[in-house]
Write a protein that binds this ligand. Sequence first.
Ligand code: HEM
Ligand code: HEM
Length: 235
Amino acid sequence: MAGFPGVKVAPFTYVSHVLAVASAAMVLVWCIHFRGGLAFESTNKSLIFNIHPVLMLIGFIIVGSEAIMSYKTLPLSHEVNKVIHLTLHAIALVLGAVGIYAAFKFHNESGIDNLYSLHSWVGLGTICLYGIQWIFGFVTFFFPGASPTLRGKSLPWHVLFGLFVYILAIATAELGFLEKLTFLESSGLYKYSSESFLVNFTALVVIFLGASVVISAIAPAHVDAPQGYSSISEN
Ligand code: HEM
Ligand code: HEM
């Protein structure tokens, strides 16, 4: 996409990588150190739940972020980048689906109702739209591939809808962090504890990650004609 001429993309992709690593480390410290670890099978059902934030953040959002930025970050041919873009999005989708399965498994084995919250509704909608976006992208740009005219016409919609779904994923994760921390605080966790700060700061880092990924996508790949500051002429 060639919006915002003069904005250099590289600093935003570097910042995104740093924020991705930071948020991944933070969610792991939270779920492993503070919440007791991760398990698919356990009598301690909270360990099953812990898989959910870890896979939704690292698997779905961070792998999805790298997929979106791949055209800008990798010095490879367009055809190779396309395969990397669609493969990373497929991995994000699968890890996201497993992460949601873990949330359902935790609810079912703990006798808790399913799909009662705004977080769960927006989350399920997001992953469904992500799947639809992937299928449309694959059929239009990869196999069998639409005509060059249709591809050209579809691309801005692909980018727009892709960013919309990505922002929805970020918003869902924010609702998830808020909801889980509220549950923990209402069952006794001190509101100014180091764990509470860690969860809130993780959610903040995820907001900045989302912003820098979106800017990376809408900034042009090359700044052909650098546009320096020039004062408004006085006639
Ligand atoms: C884009 C990322 C995410 C998506 C798509 C997503 C989706 C979902 C879905 C569909 C459920 C419903 C499961 C059920 O009803 O059995 C759920 C539950 C839950 N999720 Fe997430 N989630 C995401 C990220 C997170 C994160 C980062 C947290 C942080 C802890 C979180 C916390 C929760 C909690 C506490 C529940 C159980 C309560 C509820 O159903 O609302 N989620 N999630
Ligand atoms: C849920 C899955 C997907 C999402 C969220 C998504 C999102 C995006 C976004 C945001 C961009 C803009 C990147 C930029 O301009 O820097 C983009 C570009 C593109 N995507 Fe996807 N995409 C998805 C799946 C696919 C698939 C399966 C294909 C099939 C090959 C595909 C092909 C492309 C192509 C050809 C471009 C244009 C790259 C260019 O500017 O030359 N996408 N996608």
